[in-house]
Design a protein around this ligand. Structure first.
Ligand SMILES: Nc1ncnc2c1ncn2[C@@H]1O[C@H](COP(=O)(O)OP(=O)(O)OP(=O)(O)O)[C@@H](O)[C@H]1O
Ligand SMILES: [Mg+2]
Length: 328
């Protein structure tokens, strides 16, 4: 019996740290661009490879907090795929649900790190995901970012959820879905127990803006109308919000030094889900999510700063003066 099965991609990230760049923003800072000199050689301060991808990050994150996890994904029959398998195994993530494709190489991305923010050049190709014949029993399933080719897997997952009423489904749509098929995201929401998105994703799914809706609580209530029982919205340095039809809570993020933002969202999801699996309330789950994201932000790479249970408890204790407030 698993506590959590994660369905999402695993990727090899090449982290590149640069100093020789600039950021140019629109007048109202609505949109900013990372600028490099055109046709120039841009010096790299440091570079290394890490395993990333929403699926792998959350599987490792939840496993590190002491819960049994398996990852369902598809990788290539190449050396990058082997690195992913051995990293997951080392992190005690069950890899038996991972299919290995002979024709599609393992996904990769190049992460440009500049002044604490990251810009990702992300490679996607269509993948043939496989729903295993012997899908193991589990308490929770977390569906997150997948590449093109995800539709049959989503359909099978929905049938599985309809047949297994005790299995809780958590969901964070990936960038491919957000870009190409918001309607498909909305179609999934009635089956979802816990939806975890960042502010921009919430606005995109609802086709509205925070400015129009006035408060994050209003966005949460609009998302709840689409079907999930609980909605979580993360808002970077401003922390995160979680709510159901009865209550909405906000917890400020902890005042830590941002080293690299890569993996903040996945680390938050890992902490939040681990708390849910442990039977905690949304207020406590917010603490677990924020503590874990702060761990990752304090280190370079999406997995390096993930906390174990002891470190998580220590971080929450250190910032116990920061309390969640009810905002609805
Ligand atoms: N600059 C920051 N300072 C403090 N905490 C932060 C900062 N950025 C992110 N966090 C923490 O990480 C959590 C998730 O961050 P964010 O809302 O940016 O998610 P995201 O956009 O999904 O991130 P990702 O880029 O990893 O997908 C926040 O709720 C917050 O706790
Ligand atoms: Mg995210």
């Amino acid at each position: 019996m698993k506590q959590l099965i994660i369905i999402g991609d695993a990727v090899i990230d090449t982290q590149v740290m640069i100093d020789d760049a600039s950021v140019e923003c629109d007048f109202d800072h609505g949109r900013c661009r990372l600028c490099l000199d055109y046709a120039a050689k841009v010096p790299v301060k440091e570079s290394f490879q890490t395993v990333g991808g929403d699926g792998a990050n959350v599987a490792v994150g939840v496993s590190k907090l002491g819960f049994s996890t398996a990852l369902l994904t598809d990788i290539g029959a190449d050396s990058n795929g082997q690195i992913i398998l051995s990293t997951l195994k080392k992190a005690k993530v069950d890899t038996n649900l991972i299919s290995i494709s002979k024709k599609t190489p393992t996904r990769y991305s190049v992460v440009l790190n500049f002044k604490g923010e990251r810009t990702i050049l992300s490679q996607h190709s269509k993948r043939d995901y496989v729903w295993p014949k012997n899908f193991p029993p589990t308490d929770w399933i977390y569906l997150t970012g997948l590449s093109e080719g995800l539709k049959p897997l989503h359909e099978t997952l929905l049938k599985y959820i309809a047949k297994h009423a005790t299995v809780c489904l958590a969901y964070t749509p990936g960038s491919h879905q957000l870009k190409h098929s918001v309607a498909d995201i909305r179609a999934l929401l009635p089956a979802v127990d816990t939806l975890i998105v960042n502010l921009e994703e919430a606005e995109k799914i609802l086709n509205t803006t925070l400015k129009k809706e006035k408060t994050v609580a209003a966005l949460i209530h609009e998302l709840l109308k689409l079907g999930p029982d609980e909605v979580v919205i993360t808002d970077a340095a401003r922390g995160a919000y979680a709510g159901n039809i009865d209550d909405v809570y906000h917890l400020e993020s902890f005042p830590i030094k941002v080293v690299s933002k890569t993996g903040a969202g996945d680390a938050f999801s890992s902490g939040y889900l681990a708390a849910k699996i442990n039977g905690h309330s949304p207020q406590v789950a917010l603490q677990w999510g924020i503590a874990n994201s702060c761990g990752v932000i304090s280190a370079v790479g999406a997995q390096a700063g993930l906390l174990n249970r002891k470190e998580l408890e220590k971080m929450i204790k250190k910032y116990s003066n920061i309390k969640s407030e009810k905002i609805n």
